[in-house]
Design a protein around this ligand. Structure first.
Ligand SMILES: NC(=O)c1ccc[n+]([C@@H]2O[C@H](COP(=O)([O-])OP(=O)(O)OC[C@H]3O[C@@H](n4cnc5c(N)ncnc54)[C@H](OP(=O)(O)O)[C@@H]3O)[C@@H](O)[C@H]2O)c1
Length: 220
C-alpha cells in the first residue's frame, strides 16, 4: 500500500506515521509537512511545504497513492469561526480537490472528532460536519470519517496543542484504565493508526467510524 499522510508532526499524525512504518503492507509513505518531522526511514519521503494551501505546486508527486491519511487539525479554543474554518474546512478542501484531480481511485481518511454534527451548538462540530459532508460528496474511491474522542498518546507521541499536552500529563495515570473501560469514548494513537491502515486496505462496513469502530478496526 502506498500512503500519503498530512499532519504527521501532530499527535494523531505521529501515531499514524508510526503504524505506517511498522506495517509490512505499507511499501511507500509520502508525508507533507510544514517542518521536518525528524523521522527517517527508507519507506518515508517528506515534502516540506510551509504553506499547505500551495499544495497544487506538488500535484505531480501526489498521483499514485492508495490512501490519504488526513491528520491536520487545530483546537478551536480561542479561535473565531472564520479562523477555525480556514484550517479545518478550507485547507482540507483545497488539498482534497488537488488529490482527486490527480487520483480519484484513492481512499481519503479524514480525522474528525466525537460529537461532529451539523446541528451541534458547538462551532467546531458544525465546521467539522460541513467538511465531512463535502468530502463525502467527492468522488474518491471511498471517504471515511474517523471520530475519536479521548486519545491516549502512546510510544512517545506528543501533541502540538499546549492544553492537550497538559491534559494528557494530568490524565496519564488513569488513561490506560479509561481507554480499557470506555472503548466508546476513548482510543489510543496506536489503535487509531492501525485502524486507518485497516480501513485503507480493506474498507469498513460504515463510513463514519466512532471510537468503538476505531477500536474494533485498530485491534483492541
Ligand atoms: N488529540 C485529540 O485528543 C483529538 C481528539 C479528537 C479529534 N482530534 C482531531 O485530530 C486531528 C489532529 O489533532 P492532533 O491532536 O494530532 O493535533 P496536533 O497535535 O495539534 O497536531 C496538528 C497537526 O496539524 C498540523 N497543522 C495545524 N494547522 C495547520 C496549518 N494551518 N497548515 C498545515 N498544517 C497544520 C500541524 O502541523 P505543524 O506541526 O506544522 O504545526 C500538526 O501536524 C484534529 O482534527 C483534531 O480535531 C484530536
Amino acid at each position: 500500500m502506498r500512503i500519503l499522510i498530512f499532519g504527521a508532526t501532530g499527535m494523531v499524525g505521529q501515531g499514524a506515521l508510526r503504524e505506517c512504518l511498522r506495517d509490512g503492507r505499507v511499501t511507500e509513505i509520502l508525508s507533507i509537512v510544514r517542518a521536518p518531522s525528524g523521522v527517517s526511514d527508507p519507506k518515508l519521503t517528506e515534502i516540506i511545504l510551509t504553506d499547505l494551501t500551495l499544495i497544487a505546486s506538488q500535484a505531480s508527486r501526489l498521483g499514485h497513492f492508495d490512501a490519504c491519511l488526513y491528520c491536520v487539525g487545530v483546537s478551536a479554543l480561542g479561535m473565531s469561526e472564520a479562523q477555525y474554518t480556514e484550517v479545518t474546512h478550507d485547507l482540507t478542501m483545497t488539498i482534497a480537490k488537488v488529490l482527486i484531480r490527480r487520483n480519484p481511485a484513492m481512499t481519503f481518511i479524514y480525522v474528525s472528532g466525537t460529537g461532529t454534527s451539523r446541528n451541534s451548538h458547538q462551532m467546531w462540530a458544525r465546521v467539522k460536519a460541513q467538511t465531512e459532508d463535502e468530502l463525502a460528496a467527492m468522488k474518491f474511491k471511498a471517504v471515511f470519517d474517523f471520530r475519536p474522542g479521548f486519545i491516549q498518546p502512546l510510544h512517545g507521541v506528543t501533541s502540538k496543542t499546549g492544553w492537550y499536552t497538559a491534559q494528557y500529563l494530568l490524565t496519564r495515570p488513569f488513561a490506560p484504565l479509561f481507554v480499557y473501560l470506555f472503548p466508546r469514548l476513548a482510543t489510543t494513537t496506536e489503535r487509531l493508526g492501525r485502524a486507518m491502515l485497516k480501513v485503507a486496505a480493506d474498507g469498513y462496513p460504515v463510513r463514519v467510524l466512532e471510537n468503538i469502530d476505531i477500536n474494533a478496526a485498530g485491534g483492541a
